[in-house]
Design a protein around this ligand. Structure first.
Ligand SMILES: *Cc1c(COP(=O)(O)O)cnc(C)c1O
Length: 389
């Protein structure tokens, strides 16, 4: 071959760190707190709803392009009941193959080659790849630790906007830092978007995983934002069915049609029977959502305290199921080297946050652990991590 097969746009995205670290976990028998998937499945009644749909022949053939009506209506009801946001299930809701496809389709639909996309760094790994596939240029705005939590520097965000900025790609609650953007921060972002006539694509897959009374505010609910925002969410994290890949967007009719134009040529449709099950899941009583939050808050506390005792500096997350730590108190500075040696040293796998940064130096001393695991697994991990102290 005269030239490498992977095209230049994607050359830097050859393999993900998750594959490397999961292989390391398998090889060493270490506890995998790297990749963020739960080790128990979601509610029995939701699983049964999927079985019923499958048996009744609902969704076994191509579902409608925008998603099955039952699910689109359930999504619209969810946005109205939880956030007071009104969306027409026919024109303003689109079901996707997980949030991952929603992100890809939104960026492919809305970004022209040469457009700049502002994303909060550290960012979810698919953002950079999708901006690249769309031919856009990513412009990171870095969240930095301040008094025990990560915060957005609004001046830096304002300074990042240029005449070529097309959209701001938000993520709240934020993976990997666990930060939940406040109403005041989001209001400032919204004012900037209106002033500079920008679109906002907002990844809210952790909308239900917020702790200590933190409030999840969809930016689409703020003045001037409904018509310029694509809101993305998914069933994976909320219902602990990450393998089902049922996601969605809510947006104005114009934005929804645009995203659908790209989406129809990615997967066309997906997850037929699971769409019916997720329609039922979205109507679970508040006790389900409260129980999920309480369970994860307790796991967050267990792992955070264990990490602190092992010598890490811990940034206590207000949302998501990840905790970011600083390894410098342990005498280390390079998260990659630290994570590669952690299985050997302590029998645990984590992810170096540097992979979520363009400014790799900024991310170097930070390491992410997932706590969406059974309590006994976390207890085992905590006792293993004590070896580091
Ligand atoms: C897990 C995750 C996704 C992907 O969601 P799927 O529905 O599994 O595609 C998107 N964004 C963030 C921030 C995530 O953590």
């Amino acid at each position: 071959m005269t030239r490498p097969p992977l095209n230049r746009r994607l050359a830097e995205f050859g393999t993900t760190i998750f594959a490397e670290m999961s292989a390391l976990a398998a090889r060493t028998g270490a506890i995998n707190l790297g990749q963020g998937f739960p080790d128990t499945d979601g509610p029995e009644e939701v699983r049964e709803a999927a079985v019923r749909a499958l048996r009744d022949g609902r969704g076994n053939q191509y579902p409608p392009g925008p998603g099955v009506p039952e699910l689109r209506t359930a999504i619209a009801d969810h946005q109205r009941e939880r956030y007071g946001l009104e969306y027409d299930p026919d024109a303003e809701v689109l079901v996707t193959a997980g949030a991952t496809e929603a992100i890809a389709a939104s960026l492919l639909a809305l970004v022209e080659p040469g457009d700049e996309v502002i994303a909060l760094e550290p960012y979810y790994d698919s953002y950079a790849a999708c901006v690249a596939m769309a031919g856009g240029t990513r412009v990171p705005v870095t969240l930095r630790p301040h008094e025990g939590a990560y915060v957005l520097d609004l001046d830096e965000l304002r300074a990042a906007v240029t005449d070529r900025t097309r959209l701001i790609l938000l993520n709240t609650p934020h993976n990997p830092t666990g930060t939940v953007l406040t109403r005041a921060e989001l209001t400032a972002v919204a004012e900037l978007a209106v002033e500079r006539d920008l679109l906002v694509v907002t990844d809210e897959v952790y909308e239900h995983l917020v702790f200590d009374g933190a409030e999840h505010v969809p930016i689409a609910s703020l003045p001037g934002m409904r018509e310029r925002t694509v809101t993305i969410s998914s069933a994976g994290k909320t219902f602990s069915f990450t393998g089902w890949k049922v996601g969605w967007i809510t947006a104005s009719p114009e934005l929804t049609s645009a995203v659908r134009a790209a989406k129809q040529f990615l997967t066309y449709v997906s997850s037929g029977p699971f769409q019916y099950a997720v329609a039922e899941a979205l109507r679970l009583p508040d006790t389900y959502f409260d129980g999920l939050r309480a369970d994860l808050a307790a796991k967050r506390d267990l792992l955070s305290e264990g990490l602190a005792q092992a010598g890490f500096e811990v940034y206590r997350p207000s949302g998501t199921y990840f905790v970011t730590t600083d390894i410098r108190p342990l005498g280390a500075t390079d998260g990659f080297a630290f994570c590669r040696s952690l299985p050997e040293r302590a029998g645990v796998v984590a992810i170096p946050n540097a992979v979520f940064y363009d400014h790799r130096d900024e991310g170097a001393p930070f390491v992410r652990f997932a706590f969406c695991k059974r309590t006994e697994v976390l207890e085992d991990a905590v006792s293993r991590l004590k070896r580091l102290a």
